[in-house]
Design a protein around this ligand. Structure first.
Ligand SMILES: [Zn+2]
Length: 356
């Protein structure tokens, strides 16, 4: 054992440490040069066999080198922990990329947008209103007074406004009489009242939105669905304007060949009222399973705004006339895309949604 061997060990250890790249290699190096079974330890073990004058010299030198290597080790350990060198992974740049799945609008949103585009081209403006309504706007002002049978067809969800338990049916009647009870709107028509209260004619407005009914859910009923209410008020607006407007809408939505038919019907907030049908575009009016062999498909309800509605908002009904209509967005989408179950719109099944 002489000084030269120690110097060689020092140099080799230093060289090898400079090649160390990660924690694992560093640990191997530590075991080899500073571990219990390393050469150094054996040097210390064998010190006793050396002559006394050499023993001190070698011992001293070995200690110095050991400390030197220990410092080098600590320094290297810090370097590796601060910036661990990245593992070089093989990456084949010639592989094809992953297909990017691009989302798109929901079929109902698409129909909403189409309806809005058609009506805004006729200079209708879009207005939105609250989904939580009071009885007055949802029923009363729309000529659907207390105890009116039309309320039965539009049962809603009523909101508890106090800490007391939900009022029983009889009490609910009293509460509604005060017109302060909150409910989820059953149609977008209340916005008609809200707009007319704050604005003077001429008005051309469409109201897209979500509506709610206390309904058992099946293929053609849902507790939540979508409507676009539309109305126009001005001097000398006639039924012919309503027909022209809705024919334009129908042809824009379903094609130029589709005909419109108006059947007398009843809605409390219009007089006269009409059910609007379109000629069946599946069979071109010849009669098929979809139109139940009638050649026509029911589309929407419309009519001339009832004088009582004008009275509720303080318009002189002799001066102004107007029309209103309510479009069921699901109904349009089902007809346009040939969908027979409206629940498909709400289940978020990509097998369905990706078809649009
Ligand atoms: Zn048909």
């Amino acid at each position: 054992m002489n000084q030269q061997i120690l110097e060689t060990i020092k140099k080799t250890a230093e060289n090898e440490l400079s090649l160390v790249k990660n924690v694992k290699e560093l640990e191997n190096w530590r075991v080899k040069y500073l571990g219990r079974k390393s050469e150094f330890v054996s040097i210390f073990h064998n010190l006793g066999q050396l002559p006394p004058e050499e023993r001190a010299k070698i011992g001293n030198q070995a200690n110095k080198i050991k400390n030197f290597l220990f410092n080098l080790f600590n320094q290297k350990e810090k370097e590796i922990k601060i910036s661990p060198p990245e593992e070089k992974e093989f990456f084949d740049f010639t592989l094809p990329g992953y297909p990017y799945s691009v989302g798109h609008t929901h079929p109902l949103t698409k129909i909403f947008n189409e309806i809005i585009t058609l009506f805004t081209s006729l200079s209708f403006v879009v207005v939105e209103g609250p989904e939580i309504e009071i009885d007055y706007y949802n029923f009363e002002a729309l000529n659907i007074p207390q105890e009116h049978p039309a309320r039965d067809m539009q049962d809603s969800f009523y909101l508890q406004t106090s800490k007391e338990s939900r009022p029983c049916a009889q009490e609910r009647g009293k509460l509604r009489a005060k017109s302060k009870e909150y409910l989820l709107r059953t149609h977008t028509s209340p916005v008609q009242i809200r707009v007319m209260e704050k604005n003077k004619p001429p008005l051309r407005v469409i109201v897209p939105g979500r509506v709610f009914r206390h309904e058992a859910i099946d293929a053609s009923h849902s507790a939540v669905f979508h409507q676009v209410e539309g109305f126009a008020v001005d001097k000398r607006i006639t039924f012919a304007d309503l027909k022209g407007t809705l024919s334009f809408f129908v042809q824009g939505m379903f094609g130029k060949k589709v005909k419109t038919r108006f059947r007398p019907s009843y809605f409390p907030f219009v007089e006269p009222g009409a059910e609007v049908d379109i000629s069946c575009f599946f069979c071109s009016g010849k009669g098929c399973r979809v139109c139940k062999h009638s050649g026509y498909l029911e589309l929407l309800g419309a009519g001339m705004i009832h004088p009582n509605v004008f009275k509720a908002v303080g318009y002189p009904s002799k001066e102004y006339t107007g029309f209103a209509f309510g479009i069921g967005v699901e109904r349009i989408a089902m007809l346009k895309y040939g969908i027979d179950d409206m629940r498909l719109f709400y289940t978020n099944d990509l097998r369905f949604l990706s078809q649009f």
